[in-house]
Design a binder for this molecule. Structure first.
Ligand code: ZN
Length: 395
């Protein structure tokens, strides 16, 4: 969203915290890890694993993104369904304020009702209120086994019904539930010809499920098989495959992770990161697909994402053979259709990517004046000189 990109005034200072990369402490009894903001996410995951614990924040950029950025943008990713987003995984922060003071809020407490929650104010503020320099994060037990399944579903409504069934049958071991449209896989087939589909037959939509089992691989397998048998019988699922090995599991995930790359290789596209209540998501997709087909005939919808969180990357590619630049000129119109539908369903125009520079104006259109005024007073109170990441989040 351009949240980390300075304006073109030439007067901005860029601050790198890359050298603040120490793991300060791991407390396995309290299940917490305290790390500096410049720690690469994958290194935090590894440090937790070395201590026999899981740090569950997981996203495609984990090999290069830093925990400070993850917290400043309240990152989501693929395991939010079970463990929550970056905000839910953070117990305490250390922050340098715009006045140059250090706030030591590195408390590893699950309960602390001593006034306004400053921690949650800084998380997701995209650097506009202060600089996060360290954090105390939650750890979890390492699962005994992880298993992936891939299922064909006739429509989004069935995918939502399958989600609810999977939640009931797998309970807390359901850790990911991703939706993928047939057109997404067509793009992956085309641009990653070495990838193989788990299922022969074509279906309008597919679901990628992951379970993290506390008992064993056999237990996970048995649960998945009975879930799929029940879903097949009731018609929610038309075909399904459970990964038989870690390599196969990785191949299933590879299909999902290659969608954004395949779409970029296909050419220019308009990206969205929308959130709506899970109960509205099927209607949202239907309504928006037909509204877009009217407003911009021929455009191709690339619908995929974290259905378990009500968060879709509802992306749009131009009509086959259409002029890409003319298509990009229609971006405001396309965004308007997509975001107006989000607003009708009481959703969010940015579920996990933030506002940065690209969505700050759109946000003003869809947030209430009361909410915007509260946001402006917080910014004014904490950063009266407007020196922290100027021009981001609020216009
Ligand atoms: Zn995502």
């Amino acid at each position: 969203m351009g949240g980390g990109t300075p304006d073109d005034s030439g007067a901005a200072v860029l601050l790198s915290l890359a050298r603040m990369n120490k793991i300060r402490a791991i407390d396995t009894e309290n299940d917490t890890i305290t790390v500096e903001a410049g720690c690469i996410l994958a290194n935090v995951q590894q440090a937790a694993r070395d201590a026999g614990r899981l740090f569950p924040l997981s996203l495609a950029a984990e090999g290069s993104c830093t925990i400070g950025g993850n917290l400043a943008t309240n990152a989501g990713g693929v395991q939010v369904l079970r463990y929550g987003n970056a905000r839910d995984l953070c117990l305490g922060l250390e922050v340098v304020t715009p006045a140059g003071e250090i706030w030591d809020g590195l408390r590893g407490l699950r309960k602390d009702n001593t006034g306004y929650d400053l921690r949650d104010l800084f998380i997701g503020s995209e650097g506009t209120l202060g600089v996060i320099t360290a954090a105390t994060l939650k750890l979890f037990p390492l699962p005994a086994a992880q298993l992936t399944a891939f299922a064909a579903v006739p429509d989004v409504e069935s995918a939502v019904a399958l989600l609810n069934l999977a939640k009931r049958r797998l309970a807390a071991s359901l850790t990911a539930f991703e939706l993928i449209s047939e057109f997404c896989l067509t793009l992956v087939d085309k641009h990653f010809p070495q990838s193989r589909r788990p299922l022969e037959a074509r279906s309008p939509y597919y679901v990628l499920l992951e379970s993290s089992d506390a008992e064993s691989a056999e237990h996970a397998q048995a649960l998945f098989e009975s879930l799929m048998a029940e879903a097949l019988e009731s018609g929610l699922v038309t075909d399904a495959a459970v990964a038989a090995s870690i390599a196969q599991s990785k191949a299933f995930w590879g299909l999902r992770e290659n969608i954004p790359l395949a779409q970029a290789m296909e050419g220019k596209n308009i990206k969205h990161d929308i959130g709506v209540p899970i109960s509205s998501i099927a209607r949202y997709v239907d309504e928006t697909n037909s509204a877009l087909a009217q407003a911009a005939p021929g455009v191709r919808m690339v619908v995929f994402g974290h259905l378990g969180d009500g968060n879709l990357h509802y992306n749009v590619s131009p009509a086959e053979g259409a002029d890409a630049n003319a298509f990009m000129d229609s971006e405001p119109l396309v965004n308007r259709v997509v975001y107006d539908a989000v607003a009708r369903h009481h959703g969010s125009i940015s579920a996990e990517h933030g506002l940065g520079q690209l969505k700050r104006e759109d946000n003003v259109r869809y947030k209430s004046p009361v909410e915007l005024a509260l946001m402006r007073s917080i910014k004014q109170a904490l950063d009266p000189l407007g020196i922290m990441n100027p021009g981001k989040v609020l216009p």
